[in-house]
Write a new protein. Sequence first.
Length: 578
Amino acid sequence: MSAHRNRARFCFVVVATLLLVFAGRLIQIQGVDPNAYAAKALAASTELTVLHADRGQILDRDGEPLATSMDARAIIADPKQTAENAPAIARILASELDVDYFDAVDKLRREDSRFVYVAREVPSYQADRVLAKLSEADIRTGVDTERDAVRTYPGGTLGATLIGLVSGETGKGTSGLEGAFDDELSGVDGEASYGATVKGVRIPLARQTTKEPVPGADVVTTIDRDLQWYADKRLAAAVRKSRSDWGVAVTVDLQTMQVLQLSQLPTFDAQDRSTVTPAAMNNRAVQNVYEPGSVQKVVTMAALADAGLVTPTTRVKIPSELTLDGFTISDWWDHGRLRLTAAGVIAKSSNLGTIALAQQMDDDTFHDYLSKFGFGQQTGVGLSSESRGILSPADRWSAAQKATISFGQGISVTALQEVAAVAAIANGGRYEAPRLVTEVRQADGTTEQVEPAATREVVSPEAAKMVTTMMESVTDPDGSAYGVRIPGYRIAGKTGTAWRVNPDTGRYVRGENTVSFIGFAPAEKPRFLTYVVLDNPRGGGSGSGTAGPVFRDIMQQSLQRYGIAPSGARAPRTPLEW
């Protein structure tokens, strides 16, 4: 009897103890820390998802879209919930979308993730159809969609390399302006929480946004869409006809140094990723370096004129050839002894005449002028991977190298460097870097102006005017590029033909040239400058005959498009010989 009472007493104590524990736990949950436990319960039935920010547009100078975004969806999945039905889900995805069946199965069965993208940039109507079919088959669990805008490029090939692309995997800009201004265009992603069933299916109307996305800003460029289109087509025709390896054409408004068009070949169709190649992605105007040839002579003349060593009528005695450091230099045409003026040296593009004049200036001073003109340094235009070009220190120059640098061999430049240097002559001796973007427009309406770079005087206005006079002689009937004339307008220009360097050997390849033409108009009051470069045209080619016509057509289009009045008087005739 005593034992029975003891057992009853023990059971009572145990039950009482358990009741006290449960009561204490209930008090803790409901009274002491209810929020913490409610949060844990909510977390167990809540899914977090990223709300992707709308990517900003890239616009031309008039607000026309060069790159924009179209609404679409991404198909996403939780492999922990889709593994069992992966084959059935993948069959529907493969039949409705451009998705590989086996790749989809692998993603739906991944063991190292609770989140995978199964398909990106799916039009909304297709995404809805996929979800409906999965629901009908009762295999929707673990599959959902999220907003995933498609980047579109209305112009297709128009300025494609310049504008660049966005990665389909990361949504980040990878090249061109898309890459250079990715931070501004991307915006800031948001985050949302969703109530979900124990199987992970979102509960309708249970969304609770925790952080709204901030849309990306629009980037307003200096590009004139219509002029860009015309220049793209004209350059492409020239590259095909001459069978050149590549080509570049650039036009700037000299009043603002805004780039109106920047065309290059090879290029690609931004709407067709199959056309994208490494060569097409190369922004050649800032990444490719080459020896500019005779267009560089005008920079040499500007330095000499600024130093008081040359005027357009300075007389030069020119031999048939010249030997320096065992290296024989000649002109592009055979001749005996000549007597030319400095204007004649430019008009006829004489290497020997340029050397004779440049020998008056010491190496350090000449190097300083080239540096002030922007050679050996980036222009800072804003495109990634911009090259500095190659300008070796003056103390490393031999007599032959200084001579060849004076007429554009032995120095390597980018097209945009050459544009900026010659634009300084057109602008009265003041250097200003070219511009590609004018403003960044935030989604809230605020605008950030992209200020132009500071200007600097590299030569005097008087020196710049003298060189402009020399450049007008190039389009004189006795000059080297009479055919680039535009009726009614005075043109200041310069041809360029340079030997190409084999990048593997570092040696010149005879018979392979880089040809170019640079010029501005109207010469008496410069408004536009255009530079055209064609690399390795097959079967020869020249600055005047191959690049010159492209310059003429783009310049004429620019003058007409912006309503620039014809020149009021003819160019003054400057003697070319004495």
